[in-house]
Design a protein around this ligand. Sequence first.
Ligand SMILES: CC(C)(COP(=O)(O)OP(=O)(O)OC[C@H]1O[C@@H](n2cnc3c(N)ncnc32)[C@H](O)[C@@H]1OP(=O)(O)O)[C@@H](O)C(=O)NCCC(=O)NCCS
Length: 138
Amino acid sequence: METTIRRIDMQDAWTIRHHVMWPDQPFDFIKLEDDPSGIHFGLFSDKDLVSVISLFISNEEAQFRKFATVEHEQGKGYGSVLLSYLLKEAKSYEVKRIWCNARENKINFYKKAGLQETKDRFVKAGKAYIIMEKNLDT
Ligand SMILES: CC(C)(COP(=O)(O)OP(=O)(O)OC[C@H]1O[C@@H](n2cnc3c(N)ncnc32)[C@H](O)[C@@H]1OP(=O)(O)O)[C@@H](O)C(=O)NCCC(=O)NCCS
């Protein structure tokens, strides 16, 4: 199996986002107003798109959103590889701080990638989130 990461169109990210994150919601639920200005990355196993993540840069800060790996490919390390690629990529855009709204059950996953918990937490659509961040200015 050959693993490659490259930029993808937002429409390709939408398909996986919907399927993995909010399958019970209408397709448009997973679209973001900011998607046209986002940078979307996909990890391919051979020709199959298995994991997606989207980066939104605002001056020296960036948020990553809508990170998803197709269900039958989860737990194989693809997400970790894609996230680590994204962090390097963000640094190359001179981003100094990167953050995300992490689902509470993913805190440890993000800690492994070097993100830290902040004090900010919220609940959306019945799911608990915590803002996590990483300083890239080192
Ligand atoms: C979050 C998500 C994108 C991670 O993608 P993934 O491809 O499963 O990520 P990985 O396989 O790299 O890591 C997942 C887990 O498997 C473990 N893992 C990675 N490679 C492994 C391997 N070879 N053998 C066993 N376990 C492995 C990781 O340590 C990680 O464990 P943890 O969750 O307990 O920290 C995926 O779980 C997902 O799509 N979830 C649903 C949507 C979602 O929650 N998105 C994030 C919102 S914050």
